[in-house]
Design a protein around this ligand. Structure first.
Ligand SMILES: Nc1ncnc2c1ncn2[C@@H]1O[C@H](COP(=O)(O)OP(=O)(O)OP(=O)(O)O)[C@@H](O)[C@H]1O
Length: 341
């Protein structure tokens, strides 16, 4: 991976009919890097990808690829591979011909086409399906053909927008691993859109969390998962219990407060606990168990407290706290993520 920016978005502003969707976005991606754009529905992930692909003209800013300004270059001259949810296969072409399409256009020799298509089709687990037409495949199989078709030409940049969304859990995991292997092996730079934090954590070298058309935080998966920079990112990566810290108290959105269990660093604006970090059955606070969910290894509890709902998780082997009961709990700052803003 070279350190120079390979794909550079500078002050990129995007919108529809003059209505802004992405505002002055700055993002630099290195060659060979796999960057995940993560964020809730409507935060501007797809809009950003469409602009990079050349399918949406920016309202402002610049897109540079491999040192060349491509802001005004038409989509078909950008040499960028796309796997978009809506990117349909050629309906009249077989799986083989769909995958071979780009190679034929590049006038690749026939035996090499055979070899590379076979390899790509095997990668997506569709060996034996080469003669089928897209309409004879399931949604997930079509998605896999689209992936093979994009990868086979070995683009320098590949944009993937929720490419595994139609697959079942096991296949998703397999494809994820395979995609990562291929990406490393071929050194393809990838931008991967997902709203699934687990997928982003598993795949990416770097995660960019977006909110309302802006970057909220970016960093390696471990940093996003363990040290969220804002309460929004914390909630998004599974800290279900996020409280503002003010005057030595934990504050809920409704203004209710609890005294802090232990003092915290003065720069802490928020404290956030994952459900398993809530101490259940002991501690200075009390709440009523509203409901329980059995998750196999553990049990999840929803507790109503004076600072609102608390989500806790405890090993299933421990005695249960039944719904309706009052239970003690602790929120030790030592097991929380301390959030500066
Ligand atoms: N074709 C369009 N015309 C008008 N507004 C649009 C269009 N496409 C998207 N938008 C708006 O732009 C904003 C960003 O949408 P975008 O599709 O980029 O979000 P997203 O993060 O990809 O969401 P999702 O995860 O649901 O795909 C949203 O407010 C959306 O309503």
């Amino acid at each position: 991976m070279s350190d120079a920016a390979f794909l550079d978005l500078a002050g990129l502003s995007l919108g529809y009919d003059g209505r802004p969707a992405v505002e002055a976005l700055d993002l630099s991606i290195k060659e060979g890097e796999l960057v995940a754009l993560l964020g809730p529905s409507g935060c501007g992930k797809t809009t950003t990808m469409r602009a990079v692909a050349g399918l949406l003209q920016p309202m402002g800013g610049r897109i540079t690829l491999g040192g060349r300004d491509i802001t005004r270059v038409p989509a078909n001259r950008r040499n960028i591979g796309l796997v978009f949810q809506s990117y349909a296969l050629f309906p009249h072409l077989s799986v083989f011909e769909n995958v071979a399409f780009g190679l034929r256009r590049q006038r690749t020799p026939k035996d090499e086409i055979e070899r590379r298509v076979a390899e790509a089709v095997a990668m997506v687990g569709l060996t034996g399906f080469e003669k089928r037409l897209p309409k004879e495949l399931s949604g997930g199989q079509q998605q896999r053909v689209a992936l093979a078709r994009a990868v086979v030409v070995r683009p320098r940049l590949l944009l993937l927008d929720e490419p595994l969304s139609n697959l079942d859990a096991r296949l998703r995991l397999e494809m994820r691993t395979e995609l990562r292997r291929l990406q490393r092996e071929l050194g393809i730079t990838m931008v991967y859109v997902t709203h699934d934090q687990e997928e982003a954590l598993a795949l990416a070298d770097r995660i960019v969390v977006m909110r309302d058309g802006k970057i909220e935080q970016m960093g390696p998966p471990e940093a996003i998962y363990e040290t969220p920079a804002t309460d929004f990112v914390a909630r998004f990566v599974g800290f279900e219990n996020v409280f503002q810290v003010k005057d030595g108290q934990l504050r809920a959105g409704n203004g209710a407060a609890l005294p802090l269990q232990a003092p915290v660093d003065g720069g802490t604006a928020w404290l956030a606990w994952r459900p398993h970090a809530v101490e259940l059955g002991q501690g200075p606070y009390e709440g009523q168990v509203l409901g329980t969910s059995y998750l196999g290894q553990s049990v999840e509890y929803l507790i109503e407290s004076t600072v609102g709902p608390i989500k806790a998780e405890a090993p299933a082997a421990l005695p249960r706290h039944e719904a309706g009961r009052t239970v003690a709990f602790g929120l030790p700052p030592a097991t929380a993520a301390a959030i500066p803003r």
